[in-house]
Write a protein that binds this ligand. Structure first.
Ligand code: FES
Length: 84
């Protein structure tokens, strides 16, 4: 299921993008004006993509801080548990 809004505030990325573009806002300024990202904060990396790319429907991403060397975390491999 694509992500298309700040769930905490129920603000769509489409409306947030329109607000940002109409006022030439950065992500931080958009957050300050709308409150978006002030809840759980999970929408913040999406906001960066929305403002950077203009896309308003994005695939689910892992939470920030959970990416290692550009890879998404996956399930542990068997070798990590002493099995091979
Ligand atoms: S989804 Fe935007 S603050 Fe939680």
């Amino acid at each position: 299921m694509p992500v298309d809004r700040c769930v905490c505030l129920n603000l769509t990325f489409t409306s947030l993008l329109e607000t940002a573009r109409s006022r030439s806002l950065t992500v931080d300024q958009l957050r300050a004006v709308t409150g978006c990202g002030g809840g759980c904060g999970l929408c913040v990396p999406y906001l960066r993509l929305v403002l950077g790319t203009g896309q308003t429907s994005l695939p689910v991403m892992p939470p920030e801080g959970h990416r290692i060397a550009g890879r998404s975390p996956g399930p542990p491999s068997d070798s990590a548990h002493g099995r091979s």
